[in-house]
Write a protein that binds this ligand. Structure first.
Ligand code: SF4
Length: 381
């Protein structure tokens, strides 16, 4: 079966597009992107992506994507004209009910605003901190002045177009950093519909990993995150995934599809897709993280396929379900493991409740989701 034939469009399709360009590389970042790229490389990327989207629109047979997300990298690097061509191609069969684009504060300007009236419904901005020292520590391209400028523009964008706003923050940088001050200042001065709050992790191969900074211990991280999570709840955010918070009705539908283990199609170098066969087996496709190969290989030629075995797909279902308020779907788990599950395996795992045949985390469960997943997987077979 070819790459595109693997997706059942009758079940609804979410689309992810990976833009592999950044102005400069942040010191902690392990995502695939390249900095300092030429216009000609961005144009070649654009043309290849539009060719792919044309084929994808063909299989959509007039149906719109349920959700779409242009991420990266920093899609703002493409500029408004290239981004408009991508957005229009995505909306060819109708505007997705949620259409997000990521952009860094220093990339947003008013020339992008019309795209939010016509195509995008949501801006996801990587703010990361409102502390000058923290921005430097993370190797961000934008200093505090430019970060604030971008935030101010995002507020204006929301007023003018009614789009939803999401901001990303990074916590647990070290004892010198006051996370709660960051969170209070961001939420107090720049209202948003959604927040993603991550704990910094050192990814091998990044400059920050090489520097080996002293980061908070696991217990200290627990305390920092608890303080931040409690504060966000007091100001009305719903905690709906380990790192994600939303105003009522403003969960990110696109990411919820990942966490609920639904199918999605990913285009671009480094982008992954998940598809399911009728028998429930799971297929992962990914284009290698190399924009040069992406622009030079045959159409859909470079998407490598991996068939997950039953244990691997069960592991993914459990890991994602326990990190998300949608919970672990126990009926689906039974189907995947092909046996009736003895509910006593969930006894002694605190932080979770069974509601409507889903195992759902509370705040304690969010903290211990990975350990709970290991415990459950160990008892399943
Ligand atoms: S802007 Fe985002 S994708 Fe680009 S290097 Fe920084 S963290 Fe990574």
């Amino acid at each position: 079966m070819s790459f595109l034939e693997s997706f059942d469009i009758n079940k609804g399709l979410s689309l992810y597009i990976h833009v592999p360009f950044c102005i400069s590389k942040c010191s902690y970042c392990a995502f695939y992107s390249r900095s300092g790229c030429s216009d000609s490389l961005m144009d070649a990327y654009l043309e290849r992506l539009l060719e792919e989207l044309d084929q994808v629109n063909g299989i959509m047979a007039g149906r719109r994507f349920d959700t779409a997300f242009i991420g990266g990298g920093n899609p703002g690097c493409l500029g408004p004209r290239r981004l408009e061509r991508i957005a229009q191609a995505v909306c060819k069969c109708g505007r997705p009910s949620e259409f997000s684009v990521e952009m860094n504060p220093e990339s947003l300007d008013e020339s992008f605003f019309p795209l939010f009236s016509d195509c995008f419904t949501r801006l996801s901005m990587g703010v990361q901190s409102l502390d000058e020292k923290a921005l430097g520590f993370l190797g961000r391209n934008a200093d505090l002045l430019n970060t604030r400028k971008g935030l101010g523009l995002s507020q204006k964008l929301r007023e003018q177009t009614g789009c939803d706003l999401s901001y990303d923050l990074i916590t647990c940088l070290g004892s010198w950093h006051d996370e709660l001050k960051d969170v209070r200042e961001l939420t107090g001065n720049y209202p948003s519909d959604h927040l993603s709050v991550y704990a910094l992790t050192l990814e091998e191969g990044t400059p920050l990993f090489e520097r080996k900074p002293a980061l908070p211990s696991e217990d200290e991280q627990y305390e920092i995150l608890s303080r931040v999570w409690d504060y966000l709840k007091t100001i009305g955010f719903e905690h709906y995934e380990v790192s994600n918070f939303a105003r009522p009705g403003k969960r990110c539908a696109h990411n919820c599809r990942y966490w609920a283990y639904g199918q999605y199609l990913g285009l671009g170098p480094g982008a992954a897709s998940t598809a399911f066969s009728e028998d429930g087996s799971v297929h992962r496709y990914q284009f290698r993280p190399d924009v040069g190969s992406y622009v030079s290989s045959g159409l859909f030629g470079g998407y490598d396929k991996e068939d997950l075995n039953r244990n691997e797909s069960v592991e993914e279902l459990v890991l994602m379900g326990l990190r998300y308020k949608g919970g672990l779907d126990l009926a689906r788990l039974e189907t995947m493991v092909q046996k009736t599950i003895d509910m006593s395996i969930f006894e002694g795992i605190s932080g979770f409740q069974i509601i409507d045949n889903h195992l759902i985390p509370d705040d304690e469960g969010f903290m211990t989701a990975d350990a709970a997943a290991s415990a459950i997987l160990g008892k399943l077979y």
